[in-house]
Design a protein around this ligand. Sequence first.
Ligand code: ACO
Length: 335
Amino acid sequence: MADVSTTQPAARIAGTGHYVPEKVLTNLDLEKMVDTSDQWIVERTGIRERRIAAEGETTSDMAAEAARRALAKAELEATDIDLILVATVTPDMPLPSTAMFVQQKIGARADCPGFDLAAACAGFIYGLSIAEKYVRTGAAKNVLVIGVELLSRVLDWTDRGTCVLFGDGAGAVVVSPARDDGRGIASTHIYGDGRLAESLCIPAGGSREPASHETVDKNRHLVKMIGQDIFKVAVKNLTAASVTALEHNGLSPDDVDWVVPHQANSRILEGVSRRCGVPMDRFYINIDRFGNTSSASVPIALDEGVRNGTLKPGMNLLMCALGGGIAWGSALVRL
Ligand code: ACO
C-alpha cells in the first residue's frame, strides 16, 4: 500500500452498497436476439453477461436497495441523511425526481432535499463532487450519492451496436465528514464538452421532440450512439482527468493502489492504463459480469471491491468516468 501524504480531506466515504437484479442476460442469449456473437462482444468490449431488471422493478427500487446497504455499512439510519443525490439518465419518471421516490422508499426525513443529476456515465463522479462540497462547507453532514440505471428499458433491442453494451444496476455511497486520519475524498475534477452531445443520446421524449406515435414508431425514444466518437474521446479524456487527479494530489502512478473506473469497455481502459501509467492489474474490472451500467458502474465496482476485500481502508483509489454529454471526471479517494 502506498504511503503518501495528501492534504487532509474534508469528507469521506462512510459506507458503500450496491444492488444488481437477479436476471442474467449472456452473450449467448444475445446471439439469439440480434446478429452478434459472444466472440465479437468479448473481443470488442470485455462483456460476457449483464443484469436485467425484473418486470415492474423500477430505478428507484434498485437505488433504494443500494442505499439501504450503504447506510447499513455506514452504521447510519435513513433519517441521518441530509441530502439525496441520484445520478441517472433513466429516472422512474421525467417528473418528479427519482430522489423523491428514494426518500420515501428508504424512510429518509420527509423534509430531506434530493435531486437527480444527469451526467450519464459520469453521474456518480459528478455526484461525489457535489456531495464533497456540501459536506466540506457544513451545509450537510451525511449525503447519499446513488448511481443507478435501468438502461434495458431504453435500449433498442434490434440495434446490435448498443444493446450488447449495457446492463442494469445501482451503487450508493454515504459521504460524511472526514475524521482526522488523512482518509477521505482528496479531490474531484469534473468536465463537460457539449460538442459531442448528439453522439450518445435519446433523441425523443423531451421538449425538443416530445413523445408521439411517430417518435415511438421510429424508436427515437431509445438510446442512439456513434460508438467510435465516444471511444476516441473516452481514452483521451479519461487519461487527462486521471493524470490531473494524480498531479493535484502530488501522487505518481505507483501511489495508486487501485483504479476504480467506469466500466465502459475493457479496450478503453487498456488505452487509459497505457497512457496514465497504472498497469491493468491495478484496474478493478467487473465489466465481464455486469456490462456498462453507466452511472452505477463506479459505485458497484467500489462496493464489490470493498466487500470482497480487494479495496482496503487506507488505500489510494483513483476513480474516473466518462459518458454522454460528453461528461467526464475523476476522483482521488483514500478509502
Ligand atoms: N456484433 C457484431 N458486430 C457488430 C456489433 C455486434 N454487437 N456491433 C457492431 N458490429 C459491427 C458493425 O456493424 C461494423 O460492421 P461493418 O464493418 O460491417 O460496418 C463492425 O462491427 C465494426 O463496428 P465498429 O463500430 O467500428 O466497432 P468498434 O470496434 O468501434 O466497436 C463499440 C464498437 C464496442 C461500440 C466501440 O466503438 C465502443 O466501445 N465505443 C465506446 C462506446 C461506449 O462505451 N459507449 C457506452 C456509453 S459511453 C461510455 O460509457 C464511455
